[in-house]
Design a protein around this ligand. Structure first.
Ligand code: ASP
Length: 440
C-alpha cells in the first residue's frame, strides 16, 4: 500500500523536527513519496523561510537583501550541520543569489524554500530528489494543469522506489523553465497531485495539530477533534474559514476517492482526522464542525410585486457583476431580496452598486447593513435528523443572539446563519455547547 506523506513547514523547521520526520518515514516502508514544505516557524515570533524569501526578493536596499539572504542561508546550514549531512549548498546559493539579483521572478524566489528543503530531506533520507519544475505544470491562473502534469508525473513516480518532491511549485505549462507557485500553503495541493499520479492508497498530511477541530480553538476552549469528515463537509468548513488544509487540496484527488489523514508530527500516536469521499461512519455528534467568517455586508432590496417580475434577480445580480463583486448568499422574501457580500470588497464600490441596481431593477428601496458574520454549521449527520435547526436557534435565543439570516441548502449538509460581528464568537460557543458539550 503506497502512501504519500506531506510535511508542513513547522514539521521541518529545524534539525530536531527533521529527525522526527525521518523517524516517521522510516517507521513505515509504505511511505514512499515525500512532499516537504519550506522550513516554518521554530517559535512564536520566528519568520518562515518563505516569508524571508519574499522579503529578500522585495528588499529595498542591498543591505536588507544581503542580511535577509544570509538569514535564509543560516537556516539551512544549521540543519546541515546538526544532522551531519554531506551536502554542500554553496553552489546552489550562488545560483539562487544571482537569480534574485537578476529579479527573474517573485514566484521563483518563493519556491526556493521548498526546493532547498526537499534537497536536504532527500539527502537525509537517502531518497531520490525529484524537482517539480520538471513534472508539475501550473497554468497562467496558478492552477495545476492536469492534462500536462498527469502523464509526466505518473511516469516519473512509477520509475522511482522512493522520492522527495518539494511542494508549492511547478513550472509554467507554456515554458517549463519558468517557475510558478500555487497560492500560500500550496504544498498541500502538491501532496494531492502526487497522491493522484502515484496512485497511492493514502495521503498523510503531517502538521502541528492532531486533526481538524470541531470549532476554532481561539473561540471554543479545547474543542474536540473530528474523527472522520467527508470531502464535502471539509470544503464547507474550509470555505468558511477553518484552515488546516489548503482549500484546493481536495480537488485533484476528489475524483479518485483517495483518503487524506491529518496527523501531528509532534504526536504521531494521535489518530488525527480522516478525510474521505463518503462514509457510513456516524459522526460523534449530529454536527461535524462549525466555522465562520466576519466582515460581511447586506444589501436589502424591496419592490412591490417582486415575485411576479420575471428576470428581477438577474437584473439585481448584473449590478454586482458590472462592479466585479461576487455574492455569498441571497435569501429572499416575496417582495424583498437580500444579497450578502464581503464588506471590504463592497465598501469602495457601494454607491456605484446602488445606482446600478436602481438603473437596472428599479426597486422601491435599498437598505445597507454592515459588520455582519456568517457561521456554517456543517454535518452529514443532519440529513436524517429532525430538530437540528430548532436546536441551533434555541441555543442562539438562550444566548441572546439575534439571527439575521438563515440559509439551508437542499443537500442538508449545512446551515448558514448570519449574525452581527459582535455576536460571532458567542454564537459559535452556544452552538458548540448545545451539540458537543450538552448533547441534549
Ligand atoms: N511554504 C509555502 C508557504 O509558506 C507553501 C507551504 O508551506 O505549503 O505558504
Amino acid at each position: 500500500m503506497v502512501k504519500i506523506v506531506k510535511f508542513g513547514g513547522s514539521s521541518l523547521a529545524d534539525a530536531h523536527q527533521f529527525k522526527k520526520v525521518g523517524d516517521i518515514i522510516k517507521s513505515d516502508p509504505d511511505r514512499r513519496f515525500v512532499v516537504p514544505s519550506a522550513p516554518g516557524k521554530r517559535f512564536k515570533d520566528d519568520i518562515k523561510v518563505t516569508d524571508l524569501l519574499y522579503k529578500a526578493y522585495n528588499a529595498e536596499s542591498e543591505q536588507e537583501f544581503e542580511c535577509t539572504f544570509d538569514t535564509i542561508k543560516d537556516r539551512y546550514q544549521s540543519i546541515i550541520d546538526e544532522l551531519n549531512l554531506t551536502v554542500d549548498l554553496t553552489e546552489e546559493f550562488e545560483v539562487i543569489k544571482k537569480n534574485f539579483q537578476d529579479q527573474i521572478s517573485e514566484e521563483y524566489a518563493a519556491s526556493r524554500g521548498e526546493y532547498l528543503n526537499g534537497f536536504l530531506l532527500a539527502n537525509y533520507l537517502g531518497f531520490e530528489f525529484v524537482d517539480p519544475a520538471t513534472c508539475i505544470f501550473i497554468d497562467e491562473h496558478g492552477n495545476y494543469d492536469d492534462k500536462k502534469t498527469d502523464p509526466v508525473l505518473s511516469k516519473k513516480l512509477s520509475e522511482v522506489e522512493n522520492c522527495v518532491i518539494p511542494g508549492f511549485y511547478g513550472s509554467c505549462s507554456e515554458d517549463p523553465t519558468k517557475i510558478r507557485t500555487f497560492s500560500r500553503g500550496g504544498s498541500d495541493v502538491t501532496g494531492s497531485i502526487v497522491a493522484k499520479c502515484g496512485q497511492v492508497k493514502l495521503y498523510e498530511n503531517w502538521t502541528d495539530v492532531s486533526g481538524f477541530l470541531v470549532a476554532d480553538p481561539r473561540i471554543v476552549k479545547n474543542p474536540e477533534v473530528i474523527g472522520t469528515i467527508t470531502y464535502k463537509e471539509l470544503r464547507e468548513l474550509s470555505y468558511m474559514g477553518a484552515s488546516v488544509l489548503h482549500e484546493n487540496a481536495v480537488f485533484p484527488i476528489r475524483s479518485q476517492g483517495i483518503p487524506i489523514v491529518i496527523k501531528n508530527t509532534n504526536k504521531p500516536e494521535d489518530a488525527g482526522t480522516l478525510i474521505v469521499e463518503s462514509t457510513v461512519h456516524k459522526p460523534d455528534h449530529i454536527i461535524t464542525g462549525i466555522s465562520g467568517k466576519q466582515g460581511f455586508a447586506t444589501i436589502m432590496i424591496e419592490k412591490d410585486m417582486m415575485n411576479d417580475e420575471i428576470g428581477f434577480g438577474r437584473k439585481v445580480l448584473s449590478a454586482f457583476e458590472e462592479n466585479g463583486i461576487s455574492f455569498e448568499h441571497m435569501p429572499s422574501g416575496i417582495d424583498t431580496m437580500t444579497i450578502f457580500v464581503h464588506q471590504p470588497e463592497f465598501e469602495g464600490k457601494e454607491q456605484s452598486v446602488i445606482s446600478a441596481i436602481h438603473r437596472l431593477a428599479k426597486p422601491d428601496s435599498i437598505e445597507l447593513e454592515g459588520d455582519l458574520a456568517l457561521i456554517a454549521v456543517v454535518g452529514r449527520g443532519m440529513k436524517s435528523t429532525r430538530g437540528t435547526a430548532g436546536r441551533i436557534f434555541s441555543a442562539l435565543a438562550h444566548a441572546n443572539i439575534n439571527v439575521k439570516m438563515i440559509d439551508q441548502g437542499s443537500s442538508e449538509l449545512n446551515i448558514i446563519i448570519g449574525v452581527s460581528n459582535a455576536d460571532f464568537e458567542n454564537a459559535i460557543r452556544a452552538i458548540y455547547d448545545i451539540f458537543v458539550v450538552t448533547q441534549l
